[in-house]
Design a protein around this ligand. Structure first.
Ligand SMILES: CC(C)(COP(=O)(O)OP(=O)(O)OC[C@H]1O[C@@H](n2cnc3c(N)ncnc32)[C@H](O)[C@@H]1OP(=O)(O)O)[C@@H](O)C(=O)NCCC(=O)NCCS
Length: 138
C-alpha cells in the first residue's frame, strides 16, 4: 500500500464525509504541502496545506481513529505551522464544520481564533453544513 492509499484509508475511517481519493491525489499532484505522521512504519496521520502571497490555508488534518486523543494531532499541526512559517507565510486560515467542536478546540488551543462563518459551506449527506472560519497570525 502506498502513502496515497493509506491516506485515503484513514480519511474514510476518520470522517463522516471523507474526501474522494481523487481530491487527495489532486492536492498532491498540484504541489500542496502534505505532511505525514509516521509511527514506526505506520502512517497514522496527515495534514495538507496550500499557500500563496504569505497566506496559508489548512485544508485537512486527520489522525487515524485508533491514534486520536494522544497528542498526535497537536504534534502534526505544530510541525506544519512551523513549516508554513518557514515558507514566509504570515497567516493561516482554516474552515471547520460546526459539528466538529473537537477539532475547533484543538485549533483554539493552538491560538487560532474564530473570524467568521461560511453558511452552507460543506456537503453533509443530502444537506449542507456551515463552516467556522479560523485564523492564526504567525
Ligand atoms: C481533530 C483531530 C485531528 C485531533 O487529533 P488528536 O490527535 O485526536 O488531538 P490531540 O490528542 O492532539 O488533542 C488536542 C486537543 O484537541 C481537542 N480534542 C481532540 N479530540 C477531542 C475530543 N474527542 N473531544 C474533545 N476535545 C478534543 C482538545 O482540546 C485536545 O486538547 P486536550 O487533550 O488538552 O483536551 C482528530 O480527532 C481527527 O483526525 N478527527 C477526524 C478528522 C477531523 O475532524 N479533522 C479536522 C478537520 S478541520
Amino acid at each position: 500500500m502506498d502513502d496515497l492509499d493509506r491516506i485515503y484509508e484513514i480519511e474514510k475511517l476518520a470522517y463522516p464525509f471523507p474526501w474522494t481519493r481523487g481530491i487527495i491525489e489532486d492536492c498532491l499532484r498540484v504541489g500542496y504541502a502534505c505532511f505525514g505522521l509516521q509511527i514506526g512504519k505506520n502512517l497514522v496521520g496527515y495534514t495538507i496545506f496550500n499557500w500563496a502571497a504569505a497566506e496559508a490555508h489548512l485544508l485537512n488534518l486527520c489522525i487515524h481513529p485508533d491514534w486520536q486523543q494522544r497528542g498526535f494531532g497537536s504534534l502534526l499541526l505544530e510541525y506544519a505551522i512551523n513549516q508554513m512559517a518557514r515558507l514566509e507565510n504570515k497567516t493561516i486560515f482554516l474552515e471547520v464544520r460546526v459539528s466538529n467542536p473537537e477539532a475547533a478546540a484543538l485549533y483554539k488551543k493552538r491560538g487560532f481564533r474564530v473570524v467568521g462563518h461560511r453558511l452552507s459551506y460543506y456537503q453533509a449527506g443530502d444537506e449542507r453544513e456551515d463552516a467556522i472560519v479560523m485564523r492564526l497570525d504567525l
